[in-house]
Design a protein around this ligand. Structure first.
Ligand code: FPP
Length: 221
């Protein structure tokens, strides 16, 4: 149980609106147990539920999870296919509960590279949860921050060329995952391997955040 940490979070007050997590350590978790890597990913899938529950309980508005990077396409075909199968399984298993809990799922990344089954599953979960109002869950799949920047810059250039957008400062708002937001983002590094994550760890991170002084480049009086 993690109620003690949750009570402390509530006493402290401000909860971060957006928590973004690199789900790292599935491979090491499996190796520590002499298990094949895909079993680490499977255990990681369970931790996703734990993180979602924790975010809902703490009142986080946006939870962004890095599930599969563009670089991950270079992993062995068997691991990629195990991950894609897990993605489909996750969606089939979770969609009803996420919808029930008011979670809106958005998938970020280059979905054109996904196999048809995985792509259909991704579209399904977005469609069936779109009106969730309690938590936005961003799943980054086939995602890279550089790719996102390049795509955004290309789209912007196209809109400027078409005359849809003018090249004036302050007019452009480009969505991005982390590179830009990281400028003043509070980072919290945990030694916990992703499959071992519990809501206690999420709550510890929030408590750590609450203990920091956010100055955004200024100094305090
Ligand atoms: C990185 O750990 C993790 C991944 C590449 C996959 C993350 C996937 C999941 C947590 C499960 C599926 C999630 C969803 C939303 C269906 P790693 O393999 O690099 O671990 P290591 O650094 O210990 O080798």
């Amino acid at each position: 149980m993690a109620d003690d940490l949750l009570s402390q979070i509530r006493l402290n007050g401000a909860v971060p609106r957006h928590v973004a997590v690199i789900m790292d350590g599935n491979g090491r978790w499996a190796r520590e147990r002499n298990l094949p890597r895909p079993l680490g990913h499977r255990a990681g899938m369970k931790a996703v539920r734990e993180a979602v529950e924790g975010a809902l309980e703490a009142g986080v508005e946006v939870l962004t999870l890095f599930a599969f990077s563009e670089e991950n396409w270079q992993r062995p075909a068997a691991e990629i296919s195990a991950l894609m199968q897990l993605l489909e399984e996750y969606i089939a298993r979770e969609v009803a509960e996420l919808r029930h809990q008011g979670v809106a799922v958005h998938v970020l990344g280059d979905r054109t590279r996904l196999a048809p089954g995985a792509r259909a599953a991704v579209e399904r979960i977005e469609r069936e949860t779109y009106d969730g109002a309690r938590l936005a869950l961003n799943l980054c799949i086939s995602y890279s921050s550089r790719g996102e920047l390049a795509r955004a810059a290309r789209l912007l250039a196209e809109e400027v060329l078409k005359g849809v957008k003018r090249l004036e400062a302050g007019e452009c708002r480009l969505s991005n995952f982390l590179l830009w937001q990281l400028a003043y983002t509070e980072l919290y590094i945990t030694p916990v391997l992703w499959p071992d994550l519990t809501r206690r760890d999420l709550f510890q991170a929030i408590l750590d955040y609450q203990g920091r002084e956010r100055r955004f480049g200024r100094i305090t009086a």
